[in-house]
Design a protein around this ligand. Structure first.
Ligand code: M6R
Length: 611
């Protein structure tokens, strides 16, 4: 949800900042801009559209001129996605440039109080007002730091900001409240970024700014303090990821690469976490001894989007394996619902990025009520990782495609491990525990088998790419898989799709079925096999086009289906990790055949850091 980058050092800032900005393009890509200092002037360049538009519009001499730059890639909240509303914004006198990620909720009041009538507020954005407010205080205090502090004291809302002033092009100021902001430190430069991935080619030493902190960067030093000017002694973290993990490595799109990575990423999720001799899982990051875990009587799983669907699956898994009550809730609803948390409730927030605003707010709500809150995240050093009481990294590596794929299967793997851990305390025998562990170890090789269906899936995609609707059906553990399959299709191919429990279809959606409606059903041979066959008969009887994900030796469903995709059989608790992969590939190929922007679908952003 908007990406910001800053550079202050001895090299030419523009190429560095543009390269970093491209790595943040997944956060928003409707417009972009850059501010630099050149020959005593503050220069701002902006363009609507993707970053290459900005790059092509930049006059060549500017590329080498400045040693300071701030840049932004936008996902519009206030005001249309156009050049005028793109960041950076400047103050009235064009002394100060500002980039911002977040929402200034009281920007209208600030404008009415502080901006002169002759202030040339050009756009419709909250950020532009903040630039004018900082300018107002700068003219009073003649100190950018003071001006930023004074302004932020008045702001209601969320922000990650980077600011500099043409009067001192050797200083940059950054501040954070509710939107991620990271300071990268190298021998000869400072970097600001919304996501560490953008600066890893330059440094892996980073400081995660906390809420209500300001960083003042000068050429040779930096100081971090609270908004109230109390000095902070920051911890410098070392990031272990390699910069190469964010290349496409020969794949046409990041999404396709990430789908194919699942043989490895699922293994990374369970590696070192299987405790064979006790037939259970070991999740040390929870920071809970067995006697604490034993006291837990109820779990709450909170998340958004794909992470929410992995939680739904987690409910099926954990309730089945551990007979432990699990509630799953959209983080955005939970935060305002005044949820009930009892002493024996353990809360998990699940988020690929670890930065989703609604999920963070749900985490804060649960913490404020005294709950112990755990994070399950991919975002190393993300806000969820830092602010939760403990948790589990999924270790899936950077996920760049806006449509989440490998994070889903890794999250489900972790939730399965939780099912095993709690289950072994509450009734799973050692023999059963070992059976689960053995089956999990086989999953990566089984994923490898499924990926061989890629060409066939593209052929099926060609058959449904011109549809306007699609229905995804599944029962039991495969109902959340149906929801996830439908979400994948709609977000990247713009085909309306719904996921439904197969048996619920007859209570409404069956009215939609005709010869034009593709129905994608997940129907492995399991306890509800006979039941789902009846549901699928209802589709066929109404001439629906049936495409099925089945397991081996299933002539019955094969005979009913226009096309089948056969996945290897595993334990029913692990089967969803396998059945979801053909659905990810199907959505991918439909979108690609429709010649859509698979990695950066319209209106979406990878990490939704606004409410
Ligand atoms: O980073 P998070 O897991 O918290 O993100 C949650 C959702 O925004 C995300 O899953 C979104 O729904 C994806 N685009 C789905 O593919």
């Amino acid at each position: 949800m908007c990406g910001i980058v800053g550079y202050l050092g001895r090299n030419s800032a523009v190429p560095i900042v543009l390269a970093a900005l491209k790595k943040l393009e997944y956060r928003g890509y409707d417009s972009s801009g850059i501010a630099i200092y050149n020959q005593d002037e503050l220069k701002i360049y902006k363009e609507a559209g993707k970053i290459f538009e900005l790059e092509s519009a930049l006059p060549k001499p500017e590329l080498t001129m400045s040693n300071i730059a701030i840049a932004h890639t936008r996902w519009a909240t206030h005001g249309e996605p156009n050049k005028k509303n793109a960041h950076p914004h400047h103050d009235k006198l064009k002394n100060i440039a500002l980039v911002h990620n977040g929402i200034i909720e009281n920007y209208k009041q600030l404008r009415d109080i502080l901006c002169d009538h002759d202030d040339q507020v050009e756009g419709e954005t909250d950020t532009e007002i903040l630039a004018h407010v900082i300018g107002y205080f700068y003219n009073k205090h003649h100190s950018l730091e003071e001006a930023v502090r004074a302004s932020l004291h008045l702001v209601e809302g969320t922000y990650g900001i980077a600011v500099f002033c043409k009067d001192n092009p050797k200083q940059m100021i950054a501040a954070r409240k509710g939107s991620p902001l990271i300071l990268g430190v190298s021998k000869d430069a400072y970097f600001l970024t919304s996501d560490v991935n953008a600066i890893l080619t330059h440094t892996n030493k980073v400081i995660y700014l906390n809420d209500n902190e300001i960083a003042v960067l000068n050429e040779d030093n930096y100081l971090i303090s609270t908004l109230d000017n109390v000095p902070v002694d920051p911890e410098i973290a070392t990031i272990e990821w390699e910069a190469s993990s964010i290349e496409k490595n020969g794949f046409k799109h990041f999404m396709l690469k990430e789908i194919f990575e699942q043989t490895t990423t699922v293994r990374h999720a369970f590696r070192g976490r299987l405790y064979d001799s006790m037939a259970t899982a070991r999740l040390g990051g929870l920071n809970m001894v067995p006697s604490d875990l034993r006291k837990v009587k109820r779990l709450q799983l909170l998340a958004c989007g794909t992470s929410y669907y992995s939680c739904l699956l987690g409910k099926y898994l954990i309730e089945r394996m551990a007979r432990l009550h699990v509630e799953v809730e959209y983080a955005s609803e939970y935060r305002y619902r005044n949820p009930i948390i009892e002493d024996d409730t353990l809360v998990f927030v699940v988020s690929q990025s670890g930065e989703t605003a609604d999920t963070l707010a749900a985490m804060k709500e649960a913490s404020a009520k005294g709950a112990r809150v755990m994070g399950i995240t991919n975002g190393i050093g993300s806000t969820i990782a830092r602010e939760s009481d403990g948790g589990v990294y999924i270790y899936a590596g950077a996920e760049i495609g806006v449509a989440s794929t490998k994070a889903f299967t890794s999250q489900v793997t972790i939730l399965f491990l939780l099912g095993l851990l709690f289950g072994r305390m509450r009734g799973i025998s050692p023999v059963q525990g070992i059976e689960y562990i053995k089956a999990l170890r086989k999953i990566p090789a089984q994923i490898e088998e499924i990926l061989k269906l890629n060409d066939k899936i593209r052929e099926i995609a060609a058959k449904i790419k011109d549809s306007t609707n699609a229905l995804y059906l599944g029962r039991d553990l495969h109902f959340p898989v149906a929801l996830e399959g439908a979400l994948k299709l709609k977000e990247i191919s713009y085909i309306h799709a719904e996921g439904y429990p197969a048996a619920e279809m007859k209570h409404g959606p069956i009215a939609l079925i005709d010869e034009n409606m593709p129905v994608i059903a997940i129907a492995p041979k399991d306890v509800l096999y006979d039941k789902i066959i009846s549901n699928l008969q209802e589709v066929v009887a109404r001439k629906g086009r049936l495409f099925t994900i089945i397991t081996e030796h299933d002539e019955q469903i094969e005979a009913m289906s226009e096309e089948v995709l056969i996945v290897p059989k595993t334990l029913s608790e692990l089967q969803p990790i396998l059945t979801v992969i053909p659905l990810q590939l199907l959505a991918y190929h439909v979108a690609d055949l429709r010649e859509l922007d698979v990695d950066q679908p319209r209106n979406l952003a990878k990490s939704v850091t606004v409410e």
